[in-house]
Design a protein around this ligand. Sequence first.
Ligand code: SF4
Length: 214
Amino acid sequence: MLRVTEIFRSIQGESTHAGRPCTFVRLTGCPMRCVWCDSEYTFSGGEHFSIEEVMNRVRNFGCRLVEVTGGEPLAQKEAFRLIGRLCDDGFEVLIETGGFVSTEDVDPRAKIILDIKCPASGEEPRNHWPNLKRLRPELDEVKFVVANRGDWEFAQSIIERYDLTRCAKAVLISPAWGEIDLKALADWIAESGLEVRMQLQLHKYIWGPDARGV
Ligand code: SF4
């Protein structure tokens, strides 16, 4: 059984898939505690679903794109089986992971969007660096949530050290909501000349920062 906070259909708000219709399976629970976390409501509660129950809900929404997210989706062992079942059914599957659980056993047909936690999150020491070696340039994306100048400098150093603009399909720079001046971040990115992509969380601009199920 899986512990599930919500399953819903919306548009994808982030990554190179932003704007596409997408079904989200948001699993319950996360052992991390990022300072700026916007999904603390997933830390507890949730309902138990079998994999088949999740599959039926996902099929009923009728989107080709499905994201498995959380919380931390890979913290539940059954999530790996769910990902495989979604891939078997022909869905295009995205995994949004906080980056501290190994991605080694994720079905290779799924596309990984891997967070790299910056210092202001408070969880930087828990980054699982071997995940970066498994990135596939045609499929996987990395995301840095940046809350201040120090985070941006950290992100630049990691991008250069691991050659991420070549190893990943996209390097996403996402401002921590309400924490950083967007124009300043845009300037830093433009000045750097790095082949990264600043992204805003579309769903928060459309429905507001506290809306759930969107
Ligand atoms: S990893 Fe994600 S869900 Fe977990 S605390 Fe950090 S931001 Fe929140």
